[in-house]
Design a protein around this ligand. Structure first.
Ligand SMILES: NC(=O)c1ccc[n+]([C@@H]2O[C@H](COP(=O)([O-])OP(=O)(O)OC[C@H]3O[C@@H](n4cnc5c(N)ncnc54)[C@H](OP(=O)(O)O)[C@@H]3O)[C@@H](O)[C@H]2O)c1
Length: 331
């Protein structure tokens, strides 16, 4: 059975807290001059929490920002414009639990001739139990892993991201250090819906971050065979005081709210390492990097296993083709 590192939300929330007090060695390398002038930045789940702060800070640093969201359109975009004092911000509808919505979103980008320089794959579900999607998968599987596989493949196949040595577009997966210690990928459960409750939901959250990092590593390998054509990296923002616990059952949610508001950082303070990874020249000609806040680390060793990466890719392609006659696999 697939198992994440934790099945208790309080313990899961406190993981990585210790790292807040470690030296953030790359922090001083992040410069005011690192910017997105002339660049287009796409952020999923940008209406809330970390994604919202990333939208504000990307716009402040000169990006054309595309907020890909399923709610708070257009209010969240208007707020980002106000806070960043930039008009170069737009919201587009994207529901990552629905394959059709991903196609419509990407087709619209193509029709509008948009080329992306930076993609921040930030959206995630923290569902407190299993929930079936329209295509019959589990929501956590779909939103936290499989939609990212589909979205990246469509963006690359439809040339909205164009791998190029000079340009080096950046694809950044917002992950979590809680991926560490999850079980190996379980292909008996892969894409299959079954009922489960809160413990398995919490365990699946960190497990799907391991799956996501394994996919990012394989994508990086496939795009960057002998030179870096696109930077494909992962980052954990550390503990952030956001809405991610909205579905945790009531009494535990109150405890977590307390922990979150006292010890977790605000989204505004958690966003800079992601902006650094998305904008700094320090990442030129590098790919498959991982930061935990500003701390460079290796991911869980399972993530780097080439045969696992290949198998995950093949199983994902197989499932996508079963579910979607418009599947367009890149590479
Ligand atoms: N908070 C932390 O301590 C922490 C720690 C490590 C990593 N992270 C990661 O940081 C990222 C951002 O999370 P957050 O803490 O900012 O949580 P959040 O405030 O709950 O934001 C999650 C975002 O994902 C969106 N989303 C969920 N399901 C979606 C769907 N089906 N289609 C499109 N968008 C969907 C949400 O949209 P709605 O508002 O419409 O639901 C929301 O915009 C996540 O990847 C999370 O795993 C967070």
């Amino acid at each position: 059975m697939a198992e994440g590192r934790f099945d208790n939300p309080v313990v899961a929330s406190l993981t990585g807290f210790y790292d807040r007090f470690r030296k953030q060695e790359l922090k001083s390398r992040f410069k005011d001059s690192d910017n997105f002038k002339g660049k287009t930045v796409l952020i999923t789940g940008a209406n809330s929490g970390l994604g919202f702060a990333l939208a504000v800070q990307s716009a402040q640093r000169g990006a054309r920002v595309i907020m890909a969201c399923r709610s708070q359109i257009p209010e969240a975009g208007e707020k980002v414009k106000q806070l960043s004092r930039s008009e170069n911000v737009e919201m587009r509808f994207l529901d990552l639990s629905k394959i059709d919505s991903i196609h419509q979103f990407v087709n619209q980008l193509q029709e509008d001739k948009i080329n992306l320089d930076v993609v921040m794959l930030n959206a995630a579900s923290a569902a407190s139990r299993s929930r079936p999607t329209d295509s019959g998968q589990d929501e956590l599987f779909m939103v936290n892993y499989f939609s990212n596989f589909i979205l990246c493949n469509l963006l690359l196949s439809q040339k909205i991201i164009q791998p190029d040595k000079q340009k080096q577009s950046r694809i950044i997966f917002i992950s979590s250090d809680s991926h560490r210690g999850s079980s190996a990928i379980d292909y008996n459960e892969f894409g299959r819906y079954f009922d489960y409750g809160v413990s398995k939901a919490i365990s699946n959250y960190s497990y799907f971050k391991l799956v996501l990092n394994t996919f990012a590593t394989e994508l990086s390998r496939r795009i960057n065979k002998d030179k870096v054509l696109a930077q494909v990296n992962c980052i954990c923002p550390g503990p952030v005081n956001t809405n991610i616990i909205r579905e945790v059952p009531f009494p535990i949610r109150m405890i977590l709210r307390g922990i979150f508001s006292v010890i977790f950082r605000s989204p505004k303070k958690a966003a800079p390492p992601v902006i650094y990874m998305a904008s700094s020249d320090d990442f030129k000609d590098k790919t498959n990097q991982y930061l935990h806040m500003f701390i460079p680390k290796r991911m869980d060793e399972k993530v780097y296993d080439e045969s696992e990466g290949q198998k995950l890719w093949e199983e994902s392609v197989k499932l996508w083709k079963q579910l979607d006659n418009k599947a367009k696999v890149f590479l």
